[in-house]
Design a protein around this ligand. Sequence first.
Ligand code: SF4
Length: 135
Amino acid sequence: MNNSIVLTTCPYCGTGCTFYLEVMDGELTGLIPCPTDPISEGQLCIKGRNAHVFVTNGDRLTKPLIKEEGEFKEASWDKALALVAEKLAGVKKNESPDAIGFVSSARCTNEDNYVFMKLARAVFGTNNVDHCARL
Ligand code: SF4
């Protein structure tokens, strides 16, 4: 049996609490709040306390899905991203940049959300970008 703990940062919000992920034989099994973290001081909110659960949840999507004839079908990342790019470019050209809205996720890093905001504003030319934390 091979056990280890890995210090990491909570992915749920920008507060940046840290904790140790418990790993057993390569599988994520739990987490331990970091008592020396200057932000959380060993405390985590309910989201952070369960931050490891979604990683191995069986309902988690691991491949892109494209809806064809009313049904979702697995697709390659290349095919899914090409379709999204084609659709967004079509809406921008045929309607207006403001016909597009970008909604980001608190599960992304601050850096990911910043780049997402830049994609909306600098590439597509819209300020229609939102997020539960109002980035
Ligand atoms: S534990 Fe809670 S407050 Fe801390 S970073 Fe995670 S979501 Fe934010």
